[in-house]
Design a binder for this molecule. Structure first.
Ligand code: G3I
Length: 363
């Protein structure tokens, strides 16, 4: 009788712990806990929807998709718009997620006043522009000091053209290369504990990769406080190849800096770099089995290699939450639906999710 009771008791305990394990919420952050943090780019609006629950379950890092960029956060010279950034920062704090800041200096999404002298209406001088950059960086980084652990300080300063080094942005035209170095130094002064990143895209292209590496080496040689390099990771069903991505991660690892994948998504259309009009051939916008399989293959390659370089990669962030909304719905073709993420529009994990996490859940 006693033995029978013990057996029943043991069975009950086993059942309970099994149920407990099933109930324990596991998300991407848990699957990859031995490798890197897993982040997601968000808008303040998304945090008020059912996507908020998904964020907390799956991710342990966040990046504001637009709210902390210069245009949205600093719309006129003496006016900052903190509402969006603050609500994202509060959500991250409340739910124990890390927060990446994006981005302090970029040629895109700049406010109209930035490059113009309000009195003469002419372009500002280098001195004025650098002073404006300093004020911006000091104010924004100080506000989020202790909350934002890593900043994309300079975004996309390198040219995509083979025979051109720096992008000929207004920053570059007015200040030369100096704005890059200065931006890092001022960010460091405002928050000496924050990790400071140079962030760019298409590093799988060997020419662009070499230019980025050259710039980072120059900055390091000058003692500029740069902590790491952000590889955005806006890829597609036809790239990167395994060899391309492996050599990219290897080359950046050799810099000995922190490396993060900052804006990952895999478009279900072949990669195009420039915006274009919609054409007759763009009619098929379904998420077909063929597109799904190709996307799974690229996601698998990416995560296999991210894990291989886990010593160097500290974080992988997805650019948007689910296929409900992605910036790729409007790029390169406005209004062409894309499905680049791991969750579908109903917030259900896609097959790609299960494929990249399955080897982890068996450990
Ligand atoms: O907020 C305005 C709204 O007031 C206005 O009515 C509406 C009309 O078009 O536009 C809204 O702004 C849009 C903004 O996203 C917020 O939704 C801009 O037009 C639109 O251009 C902007 O796009 C963002 C894009 O950067 C700007 O270049 C995307 O959301 C954002 O995902 C994307 O993110 C960038 C990274 O920061 C850097 N790396 C590349 C990545 C993808 O382009």
């Amino acid at each position: 009788m006693k033995l029978r009771n013990i057996v029943i008791g043991m069975a009950f305990i086993c059942q309970c712990s099994h149920t407990q394990a099933q109930k324990t919420p596991t998300g991407l952050k848990d699957h990859f806990k031995n490798y890197f943090t897993v982040g997601v780019a968000v808008s303040p609006q998304a945090l008020k929807t059912d996507e908020a629950g998904l964020i907390v379950k799956e991710f342990n890092s966040m990046t504001p998709e637009n709210a902390m960029k210069m245009g949205p956060i600093h719309p006129s010279e003496n006016q900052y718009n903190w509402a969006g950034g603050d609500s994202i920062a509060a959500f991250a704090k409340r739910n124990g997620l890390k927060l990446r800041g994006h981005c302090l200096c970029w040629h895109n999404q700049t406010p109209r006043w930035l490059f113009i002298d309000s009195v003469t209406g002419k372009q500002v001088t280098k001195e004025v522009l650098l002073q404006r950059l300093k004020d911006h960086i000091t104010t924004v980084v100080s506000r989020y000091k202790g909350t934002v652990y890593a900043w994309d300080v300079v975004n996309e300063a390198i040219s995509d053209k083979k025979d051109e080094y720096m992008r000929p942005s207004l920053w570059y035209q007015i200040c030369g290369e100096e704005f890059i170095e200065k931006a890092f130094r001022w960010a460091h002064e405002a928050d000496p504990n924050a990790l400071l990143f140079y962030n760019d895209y298409n590093e799988i292209d060997l020419v662009k990769r070499e230019k980025i590496i050259r710039m980072i080496k120059d900055l390091k040689a000058k003692g500029v406080p740069i902590s790491g390099v952000g590889l955005q990771g806006h890829w597609a069903i036809n790239e990167p190849s395994k060899g391309q991505l492996d050599s990219t991660l290897k080359d950046f690892s050799s810099l000995g800096l922190n490396m993060q994948i900052t804006e990952l998504d895999i478009s279900v259309y072949p990669k195009e770099h420039n915006a274009r009009e919609r054409q007759a051939t763009d009619v098929d916008t379904s998420f077909s089995t063929e597109k799904e399989q190709k996307q799974i293959d690229v996601y698998k390659t990416c995560f296999e290699l991210f894990k291989k370089y886990k010593k160097n990669i500290s974080s992988v962030t997805f650019w948007n939450i689910s296929d409900r909304h992605s910036w790729l719905d409007n790029f390169p073709v406005r209004g062409r639906k894309d499905y680049p993420l791991l969750f579908d529009a109903q917030l259900k994990p896609k097959k790609a999710y299960w494929e990249i996490t399955k080897s982890e859940s068996n450990k």
